[in-house]
Ligand binder design. Structure first.
Ligand SMILES: [Zn+2]
Length: 241
């Protein structure tokens, strides 16, 4: 499954439908609007598989250059960085059933990779790791099922590490370094948050452009969106002279 590009009309339409939703449903609706897949199907993709589609959609819609801002946690200097989104794509890997199991002498844990329905189940929860574990893990000890809460932390940690290894796109981390004080640190990269912010600001700007052109020329929203950004800007430059 490949996410296609969000053209202007689809972006505006999708933005409307996503605006009132909470995450992760917002990004799923955006992805559904672009790809034509159902939200339910997309919600069943592992977080990494979903994030890979979101990155692909971002690249197709807005290009691969990512400009971000952050603040050094040590000296407070504001940093601007420019990344190439293609460098953040982790290639998918086939996951065999035997890989979805961690065991030692005492415990065996079978698990599945968390998806968006699991993230949605964590909304409002305080111990999200426990909610995820309850939903995604099944444990046995000596053939007997045991409660997830009874698992020792070392087993839980091994499962978490294996999940990250199998679904690498779900845990993309940026290595950052402050130009002023040389402090180095890591920050998680959330492609959904990034794309949603961009869709928000692009849609808001698009609404203003449609408004200005419709008022000046009496054209319909449909025809203004269909003309594409370059021609729209040329007319706008004439209107705003
Ligand atoms: Zn610094």
């Amino acid at each position: 499954m490949h996410a296609t590009v969000l053209d202007d009309a689809r972006l505006l339409d999708t933005w409307d439908r996503a605006a009132t939703l909470e995450r992760p449903w917002r990004e799923l609706v955006v992805l559904a609007g672009a790809s034509g897949e159902s939200v339910d199907d997309l919600a069943r993709l592992s977080i990494g598989a979903r994030d890979r589609l979101l990155l692909g959609l971002r690249i197709a819609t807005f290009g691969s250059r990512l400009d971000c801002e952050t603040t050094c946690p040590v000296c407070g200097t504001r940093l601007e960085l420019s990344l190439d989104a293609r460098d953040l794509v982790v290639p998918p890997r086939d996951v065999g059933p035997s890989e979805l199991e961690v065991s030692d002498d005492e415990w065996t844990v079978r698990f599945r990779l968390p998806d968006s329905t699991d993230i949605a189940a964590c909304i409002g929860a305080t111990a999200t790791a426990d909610v995820l574990a309850e939903r995604c893990l099944a444990a046995t000890s000596g053939e007997q099922p045991v409660a997830i809460s009874a698992l020792p932390p070392r087993v839980r940690d091994r499962v978490t590490a294996r999940m990250a290894e199998l679904d690498g796109q779900a845990d993309v981390v940026l290595d950052l370094k402050c130009a002023a004080c040389s402090h180095g640190w890591q920050a998680p990269f959330d492609p959904a948050a990034f794309l949603l912010r961009e869709v928000d600001s692009y849609a808001a700007r698009l609404t203003i452009e449609v408004h200005q052109l419709a008022r000046a020329y009496g054209w319909s929203e449909e025809s203004i969106l269909a003309m594409g950004p370059a021609r729209r800007r040329r007319y706008l430059s004439l209107v705003l002279q």
